[in-house]
Design a protein around this ligand. Structure first.
Ligand code: AMZ
Length: 236
């Protein structure tokens, strides 16, 4: 199981929010480039990079920092947040980003998934299914759709998504653990790899997920708050 550290950028800083709400910053670190380099030094094999301003509709922010991170580190990067047009996806996939994470765009224009998968290879296309009260949410988690993650998962697998990033928004950033059932329902529904995120708080949480067939996990707050030691996590 891949253990993937998260660097979420807002206003040029590395932050961790509670349930994705602006203003709830529980971690604020000045230099995201240094933070990314530190995860590489500690043995990360992939970096999960989110442009939170982009997810909130301000895609132009943080571009320089993202480019600097691409320049500084040599491990693959999966980037999400504010990739809302095909052109946005083309741009970053041609600029050193290994995989794009598509949330809002995938829901609004599912056929773009197919076009991007045809152009770049499906393994470079991750669809984000962020779930709140059992419904997928988009636009920085402010807008609810009418379907659940398993329902969208089936659709997007057919459209050519290479993998799914599933986030349980209900528990994200709370550091109180997570519910396994919604993740299992999604795993049952699709045959492509699923990466889990949201509420992971302990090494025991990781052991539980490892036994489910989950492809990888994204960890944020628990790493920054010292609840999980990254090197220990890599060795489970
Ligand atoms: O924290 C949030 N409010 C938030 C967040 N972390 N909102 C969206 N995102 C992430 C999703 C996904 O990886 O988990 O941004 C990406 C989706 O962005 P977009 O712009 O494609 O919908």
């Amino acid at each position: 199981m891949l253990i993937i550290p998260a660097v979420d950028i807002k206003n040029g800083k590395c932050v961790q929010l509670v349930q994705g709400k602006p203003g709830t910053e529980q971690v604020v670190i000045e230099n995201p480039v240094q933070v990314a380099a530190q995860w590489e030094d500690e043995g990360a094999s992939i970096l999960h990079l989110i442009n939170l301003d982009g997810a909130f509709g301000e895609g132009k922010r943080n571009q320089e920092i993202i480019e600097k991170i691409v320049e500084e580190i040599s491990i693959p990067i999966q980037l999400g947040g504010g990739i809302r047009t095909k052109e946005d996806a083309f741009y970053v996939l041609n600029k050193g980003i290994d995989k794009v994470i598509l949330g809002t765009m995938a829901i609004e224009n599912p056929d773009y998934i197919t076009e991007l998968a045809d152009e770049f290879g499906k393994e470079r296309i991750i669809v984000a299914l962020d779930s709140k009260d059992s419904r997928v949410v988009i636009k920085g988690w402010t807008q609810k759709t009418d379907k659940s993650a398993p329902e969208f998962g089936r659709i997007f697998e057919k459209k050519g998504a290479g993998s799914i990033l599933y986030t349980n928004v209900d528990v994200e950033g709370l550091l109180e653990g997570f519910k396994i059932e919604p993740a299992l329902e999604l795993l049952d529904a699709v045959n492509i790899p699923v990466i889990y995120s949201g509420g992971i708080t302990s090494i025991d949480d990781l052991r539980l997920l490892k036994n489910t067939g989950i492809h990888g996990v994204v960890i944020g707050s628990a790493l920054y708050k010292g609840k999980i030691n990254f090197k220990e996590a890599l060795n489970i």
